[in-house]
Design a protein around this ligand. Structure first.
Ligand SMILES: Nc1ncnc2c1ncn2[C@@H]1O[C@H](COP(=O)(O)OP(=O)(O)OP(=O)(O)O)[C@@H](O)[C@H]1O
Length: 280
């Protein structure tokens, strides 16, 4: 069982749990991997999706973004990925070592699993022998060894997402953007993939930027959870997730985990005023 915020927690380890961060706190001294500076986005039809987003993510951090539907989470991820140009402010990110996974696994149906995982390396000109070795290594990491020769249609939703993750990890990304990658999966598959992603983050040390609707998913994976308010999206609150690492399935039963989820849920509900709900 993991430690919780109780009297059992030895004083020497300090108070562990989920706590709200002050907007005036000192800047993180670690190198920055992703930064939004006074970022705003207004779509051509006049929809103001984001306003005044200031957010800095340090190298190796795993940060989740949570917020009401339509608050601009996907817009933020698409701007970070470079797929969508912002209309105001700046985004700083190294896109040479960037990977992203969105809700759909987007595998090529005419390529076998191995061919799909090799695809991005092929596009970057990685020699055949090296790409095969690397693809097999990534497939092993995501638990798909033995499925290399299958076509995507013969995979479950969870397996397709695993293959998609393997394809991205093959590029050794330093920054990985996720936009609700497990949203279409059933609960058990989802929990398993979250546990595996958390272990992969620890093993590989990339910087994670994770969009989700699920508070437990965000708390499980993250070192920090950012709560966005309804449109035009802005940052409403940030929480440090100071829970033990490595994380495992037991964490979900830890009082510090459930209390942290409840607090973030409370914050989110407070942001969803009736007029905001009807305007979404
Ligand atoms: N291409 C577009 N043109 C105009 N408005 C858009 C466009 N794409 C998104 N929007 C609007 O911008 C706002 C933010 O959308 P976005 O998809 O980023 O929100 P979200 O927080 O990811 O939503 P959800 O949680 O439901 O996926 C919404 O009001 C949406 O309708």
């Amino acid at each position: 069982m993991t430690q919780s915020v109780t009297a059992e927690t030895p004083a020497a380890t300090g108070h562990r749990g989920v706590y709200r961060l002050s907007p005036d706190r000192a800047p993180d001294p670690r190198p920055v991997a992703l930064r939004f500076e006074d970022l705003s986005m207004t779509y051509p039809d006049g929809t103001e999706a984001l306003t005044g987003i200031d957010l800095s993510i340090a190298a190796g951090e795993f940060v989740s973004i949570i917020g009401p539907s339509g608050c601009g989470k996907s817009t933020l991820a698409r701007i970070a990925s470079g797929l969508l140009p912002q209309t105001g402010g700046l985004v700083r990110i190294d896109r040479d070592h960037l990977a992203f996974t969105f809700q759909e696994a987007t595998l090529l149906p005419w390529r076998r699993v191995l061919g799909n995982v090799e695809l991005m390396m092929e596009l970057r000109g990685v020699p055949a022998a090296e790409r095969k070795r690397k693809a097999l290594e990534q497939l092993d990491l995501v638990g798909l060894t033995g499925f290399e020769d299958r076509f995507p249609r013969a995979l479950s939703g969870g397996m397709k997402m695993r293959a998609s993750l393997a394809r991205s990890f093959a590029l050794d990304p330093t920054v990985f953007l996720f936009d609700e990658p497990f949203g279409a999966l059933d609960e058990i598959n989802r929990e398993r993939l979250i546990e595996e992603l958390s272990a992969l983050h620890r093993a590989k040390g990339f910087t994670g930027f994770f969009i989700t609707h699920s508070i437990p998913e965000a708390v499980y994976l993250s070192s920090r959870v950012v709560v966005m308010g309804a449109r035009p999206g802005r940052i409403a609150a940030e929480y440090a997730i100071d829970l033990p690492q490595p994380r495992n399935a037991d964490l979900r039963f830890d009082p510090a985990f459930t209390e942290g989820c409840a607090e973030i849920s409370h914050c989110l509900r407070g942001l969803m005023q009736p007029d905001e709900r009807t305007s979404q």
